[in-house]
Design a protein around this ligand. Structure first.
Ligand code: TYD
Ligand code: MG
Length: 459
């Protein structure tokens, strides 16, 4: 008979212990242990059942040169943005974790991928919605792939059996927090359930060559709910983010065993699902009838794709002793650092000013190459003077006020020229590039002291 066993799990890292502990010896977090009832048949283990447990011979080590090339084949998902973030398509047999806040569009994105007509056999497993609900959503976003299988189920053993029977190329599990295995008695969504289900799905993906997309919820502090081990188990971790008040969504690679992680995918949420945005600048720039102060444009590069983004700043006299500082889509500490540099190096009296900063479209940016654009917007608002028309900037600012070159400045300049900007302020420390795009004047500066003159051109 199965022995009923209790164990304590760390909610942060998944560490298990026979008794409750105040502090996790593995990750050092306090108060993260929860009690879970686990009943495990001694000897039977889901992972073992998949990995050669059925009498299959275990794999043997191979010479690296002898491993067949077909391993590197990538599946085109029929969605340019997702392909880009995955590093050029999906690797067969990979396990992808898609995280994001509720309502951001994880189910929509994955259903859209499953319904794309690209000749793949897809299985969409939902533990959250009924088949009718999914059918309604599918009708809205358009059914391109009539062969897509919809399977409302939460029991892992049934799901694995269906994967073996249907042999799909791609499986979507919506979501890992709703599925459970019979081998463990604790409820779905608990640490032990998530850990066990993910490990079983990993074995399933690796042995069958089926790629699996796992959807994971996100906790309030922005990390994927469940143990950190979940992120260690999977091959790729993608994060879907955006501001619920805007329709733009960004897909970011956080971990990728088969490619780089700096690529982003941009989408727009419409009535008929998510639209791919191949040219993000189109949505991030506003065309004003007359020049306004406090607005600047930065040439950014997330991944290898450059785009231009509008920055707005409002600098006003502080009503209270302590000035207010707030930034939407930007790190407040970085903003405070830049304001301190302005105060010290340009003598601007920022200590008596409230400063509010805003990036267009609810975009969250962390590109140091946008420092110059942030500072430009602040200077423009401080002096209440609009920046010269058709001007944008790309450069990083150091603590002594020096302007350093932003990574991939050349691509940023080309993108600015392509979008019709006439002047771009960059770092003077940049090596002179051989290829200069036509129609754009490059204004090199070495110190932020030279910035106001570059921004405000006397007519
Ligand atoms: P959903 O994919 O259910 O989010 P998640 O799975 O991440 O919780 O998306 C929910 C939101 O998306 C919902 O508020 C409505 C919106 N939406 C659209 O605007 N258009 C659409 O075509 C669909 C399917 C959803
Ligand atoms: Mg959902």
């Amino acid at each position: 008979m199965a022995k009923v066993k209790k164990a304590y799990f760390c909610k942060n890292c998944g560490y298990d212990a026979p008794k409750w502990l105040g502090r996790c010896p593995s990750c050092g977090e306090w108060n993260t242990f929860t009690e879970e009832i686990i009943a495990r048949d001694s000897g039977s283990n889901t992972a073992a059942a998949w990995a050669g447990g059925n009498g299959e011979p275990a794999a043997r080590p191979q010479r690296v040169s002898e491993i067949s090339e077909s391993e590197h084949r990538r599946i085109d998902l029929g969605n340019g943005e997702v392909n880009r973030v995955l590093g050029g398509g999906l690797v067969p047999g990979s396990l992808v974790l898609l995280g994001g806040e509720p309502g951001i569009g994880k189910s929509t994105l994955s259903l859209q991928i499953a319904l794309t007509a690209n000749g793949l056999r897809t299985l969409y497993v939902s533990g959250e919605e009924s088949a009718e609900q999914i059918r309604m959503r599918a009708a809205r976003i358009g059914i391109g792939n009539e062969e897509c299988l919809i399977y409302p189920e939460t029991l892992l053993e049934n799901i694995v059996a269906q994967i073996r029977e249907q042999k799909p190329d791609l499986v979507v599990i919506d979501s890992i927090q709703t599925i459970y295995t019979e081998l463990i008695d604790s409820s779905a969504g608990s640490v032990s359930q998530i850990r066990e289900c993910a490990a079983t799905l990993l074995k399933c993906a690796k042995t069958s060559g089926t790629s699996i997309f796992i959807i994971g919820h996100i906790t309030k502090d922005g990390t994927i709910a469940g143990p950190k081990v979940l992120e260690h188990i999977v091959d790729v971790v993608l994060q879907f983010e955006g501001d619920n008040n805007y329709t733009y969504r960004i897909l970011r690679g956080i971990k990728n065993r088969f490619g780089a992680t700096f690529e982003i995918g941009v989408f727009e949420m419409l009535d008929a699902g998510l639209r791919e945005v191949d040219n993000p600048s189109e949505i991030l720039l506003t065309h004003y009838d007359e020049p306004l102060s406090g607005i600047s444009v930065g040439a950014s590069a997330d991944g290898i794709r450059p785009y231009l983004i509008e920055v707005q700043a409002l600098v006003s006299g502080a009503a209270y002793g302590t000035p207010q500082r707030s930034a939407t889509g930007y790190d407040v500490r970085r903003m405070n650092m830049l304001l301190a540099v302005l105060e010290k190096r340009l003598g601007m009296k920022m200590f008596q000013k409230d400063v509010f900063l805003n990036f267009a479209g609810g975009f969250r940016v962390a590109d140091p190459g946008l420092d110059l654009a942030v500072v430009s917007a602040v200077i423009s608002s401080y002096y209440d003077r609009p920046i010269a028309e058709g001007t944008c900037c790309a450069g990083e600012i150091g603590l002594s006020g020096e302007v350093r070159p932003a990574p991939r400045t050349e691509q940023r300049v080309s993108e600015a020229a392509r979008l019709g900007f006439r002047r771009i302020v960059v770092s003077g420390y940049m090596t002179k590039s051989a290829r200069r795009p036509h129609g754009i004047e490059i204004i090199p500066i070495q110190h932020i002291g030279q910035l106001p003159k570059a921004l405000f051109v006397e007519e």
